[in-house]
Design a protein around this ligand. Structure first.
Ligand SMILES: Nc1nc2c(ncn2[C@@H]2O[C@H](COP(=O)(O)OP(=O)(O)OP(=O)(O)O)[C@@H](O)[C@H]2O)c(=O)[nH]1
Ligand SMILES: [Mg+2]
Length: 353
């Protein structure tokens, strides 16, 4: 007789009742959730899995072997962080629909047309040509009809795979699509879903999948409270600075952005409300950095060295992207030099808003 294997309905891990120290433990044989999901859901108590159960390469290979419609979930506020390097190489010839989440975090004045164009342009530069783009908002609740419509048009009798980087909002989206089901566990921490979760609904199977990790995740270097502060739940209120001469924006304890301004520059900050920004004359910035940044949000649990970069400003309006934090739009003539502690990646792109 073969033993029945149960899987956690929150994260997809195989359940076991014999070793509380190991992953997938549940005290009850038929409990729907592992202890990690139970504690996360009921007490907000996060425990990082010891190892990702499925390594990214293995996961991508598995996805490549599936004949399915692929819903690629991207986080609109973290568009760049949502892009998967070499996606088309990993998943060649797949039918892909982009589902862009967290729309409500961006300004309400940004039109649907502009958002779609921005996604299309970013995808094109990575050779991704999706069959369709659906924009959802408000934890997936606003936009489910459009997601189902896209599935119905492009599924062609196949199953559906929901994939994307960690924290993009894949599980939240699936919970919004099927609100009558026991919810899949979601959290502010990357790596919540740890194995494929098949959901049979509407005559097909839709799979939730673990986040694809292409890089060292900045959030993994932060204390728990910091991770929460960087995950906005309500629209971002842009903050505008009019700047002249040599000015530096100091972002928490992670980065300095030095602007050498010709005439006048406007800097629009799209950052989560908890992020602490200090503005200083560039000549005073290093002193402030040395003496006053301790404990400024975001801060890391360890000291890290600063890396420096000078950027060529190709357009009049560019965004300085602080990966996993937010971005700063710069309009006007200036040179940009950035200094950031190592896990905090920065780069400059053509402005998206
Ligand atoms: N503001 C906002 N936050 C969202 C939205 N959708 C998801 N989130 C938040 O994003 C975080 C990650 O959501 P998850 O659904 O767990 O993301 P995931 O892609 O399943 O992540 P992994 O399982 O780690 O790969 C959580 O804090 C969610 O509350 C949204 O539409 N708006
Ligand atoms: Mg998930």
């Amino acid at each position: 007789m073969t033993e029945k294997v149960n899987f956690c309905q929150g994260c997809g891990i195989q359940l076991q009742t014999f070793d509380p120290a190991k992953e997938g433990y549940t005290p009850k044989e038929d409990g729907g959730l592992c202890r990690r999901c139970y504690r996360l859901t009921h007490y907000g108590d996060y425990q990082q899995p010891a190892n990702p159960l499925i390594k990214t390469e293995v996961l991508l290979k598995k996805l490549a072997s599936m004949d399915a419609l692929f819903l690629y979930v991207i986080d609109l506020f973290h568009l760049e962080e949502s892009m998967i390097d070499g996606l088309i190489r990993h998943l060649p010839l797949k039918d892909i629909i982009i589902v862009a989440t967290k729309r409500e975090l961006l300004p309400a004045t940004l039109s649907q047309h502009k958002i779609t164009a921005m996604i299309q342009q970013r995808c094109k530069s990575s050779n991704i040509f999706p069959k369709g783009i659906v924009v959802v908002s408000d934890f997936g609740k606003d936009g489910t009809t459009d997601v189902f419509k896209a599935i119905d048009i492009f599924r062609n009798n196949r199953d559906v795979v929901v994939f994307g980087v960690a924290n993009a909002g894949k599980s939240t989206l699936i919970n919004a699509l099927f609100p009558h089901r026991l919810p899949i566990t979601v959290s502010q921490f990357p790596g919540t879903t740890i194995d494929l979760i098949p959901i049979v609904e509407r005559g097909y199977t839709i799979y939730d999948t673990p986040g694809i990790e292409m890089r060292n995740h900045f959030l993994d270097h932060l204390m728990t409270d910091q991770v929460k502060l960087l995950q906005p739940k309500t629209p971002i209120k842009p903050i505008v600075y009019q700047l002249t001469q040599k000015q530096t924006l100091i972002i928490g304890q992670v980065a300095m952005i030095h602007l050498d301004i010709k005439d006048e520059v406007s800097a629009v900050l799209y950052l989560p409300p908890g992020v602490e920004v200090h503005r200083a004359k560039t000549e005073n910035a290093n002193v402030y950095w040395e003496k006053h940044t301790d404990g400024k949000v975001p801060y890391l649990n360890q000291k890290h060295p600063l890396t420096e970069h000078t950027w060529k400003k190709s357009d009049d309006k560019v965004d300085i992207v602080l990966m996993y934090i937010g971005f700063i739009s710069i309009l006007g003539d200036c040179t940009i030099k950035t200094q950031a502690i190592e896990p905090c990646e920065i780069f400059v792109r053509k402005a998206v808003i």
